[in-house]
Design a binder for this molecule. Structure first.
Ligand SMILES: Cc1cc2nc3c(=O)[nH]c(=O)nc-3n(C[C@H](O)[C@H](O)[C@H](O)COP(=O)(O)OP(=O)(O)OC[C@H]3O[C@@H](n4cnc5c(N)ncnc54)[C@H](O)[C@@H]3O)c2cc1C
Length: 434
């Protein structure tokens, strides 16, 4: 191998929120540490959660960035933009990019995730098939100025993408979902029906129980073929999920967990000495179920980054595990869900408590008098305390029969009103009261 032409104490692969939080924490802990971030993207770090707002035209491009190029130098952190690490030789403590061989002492791998593109679909290679993961993706979507779009997948990213495309001026937007309802992993049918109605009110056609099986056109996308129809479109936005980007680490000998994410301990150490991992590329433990999960959310990535940075600088501050909380907006209407859905509870005894009031809908799932799942549309009232209640696994008084009783029986420490704020990445336009 060529001689190193860069040297650092701490090398961080990835400039997403996990990477930059790791750098900041390590710098705070050890002012003398030499830190170098290598970033495959050529721009400073940004809030991916704000990309739909940028696409919709709610915020200008510059507002999505959470770092300016000059901030890195100010913070005493070196950075190589637009350079991918191609190989990690951890035995020799060297990482290789196209231009550099970097010698390091400790490594934090924060490579994030890939959007899934179903490679076997006919026509997937045609121009006009797109994803929404990076700023460059949204720049491309805006530059295309599509007049008719099919969005595949109705998770939070698909839903937000469809709404943003419509607001950006795309005349016809169709949202196609394979399952029988929108946001199927997090919502029950009744809740999902309310959300779909909100989406349709904004001029978007919602097709559930259908899949896009082929994309066709002469040299570019002209229509998407589902099991029932051909939908004319010049853009197909694929939002069928993301998966952890683990290949480089796995090739270097890092162990993966059962979910396919990198296996880490509570201080983000992998099975290799001096090799840490943080963010979307890792597997974490769900605080509600204690099961291994791929969390793939902003706050978990940020906290894991912080933990990894501290650990690499010599201080233990364990990551408490992640909470899978879906919080998205249809226009100004919030949609929130956490915990189990009815599908998850199939075959078990459970109770549903519902409340519709003041334009908001709350649905709680209870099992053995304990809250095991919550869904809300058009309201976020009591969301924080409910989440805290569920995390504690506290039993409700036997008399608690409906939502009114449940709410009256919750003891709400004051600080819990801010409990859920963490689930909103910075840069988002709307402010919520929880
Ligand atoms: C459109 C969208 C909306 C979202 N909305 C929300 C939301 O509302 N709430 C929420 O909690 N979460 C949301 N998320 C998810 C959240 O943004 C992510 O969980 C978080 O950004 C993950 O951060 P990360 O640092 O782990 O990874 P990433 O942000 O993926 O960053 C990883 C970086 O590593 C770089 N990299 C990878 N491999 C290499 C290599 N070999 N060499 C050099 N660089 C490399 C990549 O180019 C990338 O820049 C959203 C995501 C998207 C895409």
């Amino acid at each position: 191998m060529a001689k190193p032409n860069r040297e650092t104490d701490l090398l961080i692969i990835g400039n997403g929120v996990a990477g930059i939080r790791a750098a900041a924490a390590a710098r705070r802990e050890d002012p003398a540490l030499r830190i170098l971030i290598v970033s495959g993207e050529s721009c400073p770090a940004y809030a991916a959660g704000a990309l739909p707002d940028y696409l919709a035209g709610h915020i200008p491009r510059e507002e999505i960035f959470i770092r300016r190029a000059e901030d890195y130098e100010k913070d005493g952190v070196g950075v190589l933009f637009g350079e991918e690490v191609l190989e990690i030789r951890h035995g020799e403590k060297k990482a290789v990019t196209e231009k550099h061989v970097i010698a390091y002492d400790r490594l934090i791998y924060a490579a994030g995730s890939f959007p899934i593109l179903p490679r076997r679909i006919e026509g997937i290679g045609l121009p006009g098939n797109r994803v929404m993961k990076t700023v460059a993706d949204v720049d491309g979507l805006l530059a295309q100025k599509a007049s008719s779009a099919v969005v595949v997948g109705s998770g939070a990213i698909g839903l937000e993408g469809a709404l943003a495309l419509k607001e950006s001026g795309c005349e016809r937007v169709t949202l196609v979902e394979l399952m029988d309802r929108v946001i199927p992993k997090s919502l029950d049918r009744d809740t999902a029906a309310l959300v779909a109605a909100e989406v349709e009110k904004r001029g978007i056609r919602v097709l559930t129980g259908e899949s896009v099986n082929a994309v066709k056109g002469e040299g570019k996308v002209a229509f998407a073929e589902t099991n029932h129809e051909k939908i004319p479109c010049d853009l197909v936005l694929w939002a069928v999920g993301v998966r952890p980007r683990v290949e480089l680490a796995a090739d270097a000998g890092v162990a993966l967990g059962e979910t396919g994410g990198i296996l880490v301990d509570d201080c983000m150490a992998t099975n290799l000495p001096d090799f840490y991992a943080a963010g979307d590329c890792t597997e974490s433990t769900d605080r509600l179920t204690q099961k291994p999960v791929l969390n793939l959310l902003w706050e978990a990535a940020a906290r894991q980054g912080e933990t990894a940075g501290l650990a690499a600088a010599g201080r233990r501050k364990p990551f408490p595990g992640s909470l899978a909380v879906l919080l998205t907006y249809v226009g100004e209407t919030p949609v929130l869900a956490f915990g189990a859905t009815e599908d998850d509870l199939e075959g078990r005894r459970y109770r549903v408590a519902e409340r519709s009031a003041g334009g908001g809908y709350t649905r709680l799932l209870l099992r053995r008098n304990r809250l095991v799942g919550a869904q809300m549309v058009g309201t976020l009232e009591f969301a924080g305390p409910l989440l805290a209640l569920m995390e504690k696994g506290a039993a409700l008084p036997a008399a608690a029969g409906d939502i009114g009783d449940i709410r009256r029986n919750i003891v709400i420490p004051h600080q819990l009103s801010s409990y859920l704020r963490e689930f909103r990445p910075p840069g988002r336009k709307r402010k919520e009261t929880l």
